[in-house]
Design a protein around this ligand. Structure first.
Ligand code: CUA
Length: 341
């Protein structure tokens, strides 16, 4: 399993919905690693990081200078035991002008640096690949309008290519944040916020929703897979295809169970009559690494738990419990869904 989650989020999760499933996840996921804002993998992130360091260094210098001056004044003008009230000191005009102008110059410099960074980060690229990112309670929908792809919870991107993320929300305000992209943008209903990025290094990058959006805000994880052009094209090709026709045996039975139940009200599996738009597109759900926007690794066993009682795993999610399914139906359904690679 490539999914990595850091323990703080696990702790949050455990506090929210039972320590057992949190620990289960810890046991089944790989190493854990905190979300990392200090190693940006995009030019935009590097520009923001550079500004952060410049501001930090300048602020440190100011702090040092002010502290040194205070200590100088404290020691130099310390009253002796026999001294009386100090006499009034006349203002020094030159000094006062200097300490008014100096901060103004520093702030002016920071202003220019900030404008430069904003220009670099917001620079539009007409050839960028468009990806529509839609926040839902509590999962992410990803559409690639130019490639004819609609998927969920796992954002695949080509490396070294400019990207235009068009961030929207279907219900309440969310916020799309991948620390190593260097910046984040709110996802607001009936409005599109654009975020320009170019991911330079292949890899898996984690992020999270960072605007409190309801009970399962903590389980609205972002998972990005950045890969070379060829791998990305291959992925896109697979995603464009409709679901493979159910083979004889358990998968045919599974498709039958899927179509006979209310699954179809919310989910789409392209190539079948299921065309619900409310929940994640399941056409290639078997190929994704997690279930429920990061709440569980995608295994057959977890898929079964998720279908049987999603509410026990992610209370408040719109996915209802299918406790009434017979064992045989449930197994067939899980086999079918997991076969949708
Ligand atoms: Cu979506 Cu917080």
């Amino acid at each position: 399993m490539t999914q990595r989650l850091h323990w703080q989020v696990l702790a949050e999760r455990s506090a929210r919905s039972g320590a057992v499933s949190g620990l289960l996840f810890l046991a089944t996921s790989g190493c854990s690693k905190p979300l990392d804002s200090f190693n940006p993998v995009t030019p935009q992130g590097r520009a923001i990081s550079a500004l952060f360091i410049q501001v930090m260094a300048l602020s440190a210098l100011v702090l040092l200078a002010v502290t040194a001056l205070i200590f100088y004044v404290l020691t130099r003008y310390r009253a002796g035991r026999d001294e009386r009230e100090p006499s009034e000191v006349e203002g020094r005009r030159g000094l006062e002008i200097a300490w008014t102008i100096l901060p103004a110059v520093l702030l002016g410099g920071l202003f220019v640096l900030t404008l430069q960074t904003m220009n670099a980060v917001d620079a539009a690229s007409p050839s960028a690949l468009r990806v529509k990112v839609v926040g839902h309670q509590w999962w992410w929908e990803y559409q690639y309008p130019d490639l004819g792809i609609r998927t969920a919870n796992e954002l695949h991107l080509p490396t070294g290519a400019p990207l235009k993320l068009e961030i929207e929300a279907a219900d309440v305000i969310h916020s799309f944040w991948v620390p190593q992209f260097g910046w984040k943008r709110d996802a607001i209903p009936s409005r599109t916020n654009v975020m320009w990025v170019q991911v330079d290094q292949p890899g898996a990058y984690e992020g999270a929703c960072t605007e409190y959006c309801g009970l399962q805000h903590a389980w609205m994880r972002v998972y990005v897979v950045a890969e070379g052009r060829e791998q990305f094209e291959a992925w896109a090709e697979r995603q464009r295809e409709a679901a493979a026709p159910a083979e004889a045996g358990p998968t045919t039975r599974g498709l039958q169970v899927f179509l006979q139940n209310t699954c179809v009200n919310c989910h789409t599996v392209r190539g079948t009559p299921a065309s619900g738009q409310l929940g994640p597109d399941l056409t290639h759900v078997g190929g994704r690494s997690t279930l429920g926007a990061g709440v569980l690794p995608n295994t057959a066993q977890n898929m079964q738990r998720w279908i049987q009682d999603a509410q026990a795993i992610k209370p408040g999610a719109l996915m209802p419990a299918y406790a009434a399914l017979a064992d045989e139906e449930l197994r067939a359904l899980v086999d079918y869904l997991e076969s949708l690679k």
